[in-house]
Design a protein around this ligand. Structure first.
Ligand code: NAD
Ligand code: TYD
Length: 374
């Protein structure tokens, strides 16, 4: 495979995947197809934008003719599909956009790939990036009813059992609750259907919450880092009891590289960090880290915590079991959480201009309309 189409490459995870592929595989041609919605930002790729093996194409994955043209023009033999509407809160407000991009956009890409490859599947691959949110929500109970230990390190087996005995496995039944996860579940089914019906070589992976540089500041971690810096309130939904399993984005990109090259066709892999955190505990770590790096005395920003109305249908706990990926392909997260969060906070504080460019203008207005009244 030499000509790889990466969709959504100007977004958070996509930009890390594009960077990894462009720098690691000089003999591949990487074509980044992105519509540049509010979440797409070419500033995320400044360091590689002039690489000889990289091309950016501004296009909508729902535009069938344009996508067909891209397949033919660049003789695409592999697809890594990340383009999506990705924020749960927005999906609650505007579900149609999510169905359009995530479901119809994925189907459009599948149909264009099928037509262009025309049954010649040799050396071809359609790799769809999905989320653990398709599995629904898990209970929040320690198996022995013991209060969970404070989160410590990624992949610690003790921590694996911190918040409950259930995990999402590859064969866990789909049970999405939000319009976002429903649209992603639907797209996953379409991808598998194209394998089962036409024989297309597909792979699906479902990953837990990512964090790291270049994440759009509507998601918990960059939003809170930025708010602390500006002394703004930190809107904690409900009681802050919800649990998420956090993975450093570069580790996700490493997994995508490995699975794209070595993963079994028609298979599914779960990707996660064995790194569960209750939101409120994570928020306290973020506050402490930002205050320390800004040179503020400990506790300076604690008062910014503001409990607000819970998110509608808020999933209680996500927790991925990624043992299959470890056993079959040898992947493990490379970063301890402490290291990852330190790097992340430092990156946002050092890249204030990146943040300011995003949070000025239209986004700011949208943000106000989303959060006023909560
Ligand atoms: P993001 O919102 O940061 O980026 C999405 C990108 O897709 C943007 O660059 C946007 O411009 C582009 N895009 C949106 N609609 C498009 C369209 N119609 N045509 C072309 N491009 C379009 O999202 P992200 O967090 O980087 O997520 C990337 C993928 O990974 C998504 O499929 C998401 O469901 C999945 N995922 C995300 C996480 C996470 O924690 N962020 C976890 C697991 C899976
Ligand atoms: P988010 O980053 O939106 O990811 P997801 O909803 O896909 O898990 O949210 C992570 C967790 O943080 C989730 O439980 C919702 C919560 N949250 C808040 O409490 N306040 C906020 O302002 C945001 C954006 C999220």
């Amino acid at each position: 495979m030499k000509n790889i189409l990466i969709t959504g490459g100007a977004g958070f995870i996509g930009s890390h995947v594009v960077r990894l592929f462009v720098t690691k595989y000089p003999d591949y041609h990487i074509v980044n197809l992105d519509k540049l919605t509010y979440a797409g930002n070419l500033a995320n790729l400044k360091d590689i934008e002039n690489a000889p093996n990289y091309t950016f194409v501004k296009a909508d994955i729902c535009d069938f003719e344009k996508v067909q043209e891209i397949f033919a023009k660049y003789r695409i033999d592999g697809v890594i599909h990340l383009a999506a509407e990705s924020h749960v809160d927005r999906s609650i407000k505007e579900p149609f956009t999510f169905a359009r991009t995530n479901v119809m956009g994925t189907l459009t890409l599948l149909q264009a790939a099928k037509q262009y490859w025309n049954g010649n599947w040799e050396g071809k691959r359609f790799y769809h990036i999905s989320t653990d949110e398709v599995y629904g929500a898990l209970e929040l109970t320690h198996p022995d009813g013991i209060e969970p230990p404070f989160s410590t390190t990624a992949s610690s087996s003790e921590h694996h059992l911190a918040y409950g005995k259930d995990f999402f496995y590859e064969d866990t039944k789909y049970n999405p609750h939000s319009p976002y996860s429903a649209s992603k579940a639907s797209s996953d089914h379409f991808v598998r259907a194209f394998h089962d019906t036409y024989g297309m070589p597909t792979i699906v992976t479902n990953c837990s919450n990512n964090y790291g540089p270049y994440q759009f500041p509507e998601k918990l971690i960059p939003l809170f880092i930025n708010n602390i810096r500006h002394g703004k309130p930190l809107p904690v939904y409900g009681k802050g009891e919800n649990v998420r399993d956090w993975l450093y984005v570069v580790d996700h990109a490493r997994a995508i590289d490995l699975i794209f090259h070595k993963g079994k066709i028609a298979d599914t892999y779960n990707i996660g960090g064995f790194n569960e955190w209750k939101n409120i505990d994570l928020i306290k770590v973020i506050i402490k880290t930002v205050d320390r790096l800004l040179g503020n005395p400990e506790g300076t920003s604690d008062h910014l915590i503001t409990y607000v109305t819970d998110r509608a249908g808020h999933d209680l706990r996500y927790a991925i079991d990624s043992t299959k990926l470890k056993n079959e392909l040898g992947w493990e997260p490379s970063l301890q959480f402490e290291e990852g969060i330190e790097k992340t906070v430092r990156w946002y504080l050092d890249n204030q201009e990146w943040m300011d460019n995003i949070t000025s203008g239209e986004y700011e207005k949208y943000y106000e309309s989303m959060y006023s009244g909560r």
